[in-house]
Write a protein that binds this ligand. Sequence first.
Ligand code: HEC
Length: 131
Amino acid sequence: MRDSLFFLLLVAFLPACVENPYVQGERLYDIHCANCHLDEGQGLGSMNPPLNDISFREDYASQLACIVRYGLNDTLQIGIRTFDIPMPGNKELTAAEIANIYNYIVHSWHPEMSKTTESEIQEQLKSCTIE
Ligand code: HEC
């Protein structure tokens, strides 16, 4: 009886331990990115570029890990808008956390793109040119 009770408790609480990666990605996005890129990734006027439209995929998706870690000080021309305010880096985010943020962005706004893994992000971080 005691054993089966233990088993029932285990089955009931196990799912809570295995965190859904999009939930962690969303939480990290809300803390580290939404201030500027806003909740729906729509960006903010001509200050902060959108992450939820096609310009994101074409221009910077393959460098996202480097941008998130080291920031970006560039001039982006997106449609008729020009973005030239620098983005600060986030040195404290790990490769796993950046992967979760990336997968949350893909899951939410770019279903046509493929998801990434922690090791792919680690590879990307080795060849950053914007350090
Ligand atoms: C303080 C405001 C700020 C925060 C916080 C911020 N960004 Fe940015 N982001 C910017 C600005 C401004 C630019 C444009 C930089 C430039 O013009 O050089 C930018 C550019 C980008 C780009 C390139 C734009 C494109 O079209 O692909 C990506 C990708 C990006 N940010 C992702 C993120 C992610 C992911 C986070 C959270 C980890 C984040 N940013 C946090 C302000 C911010």
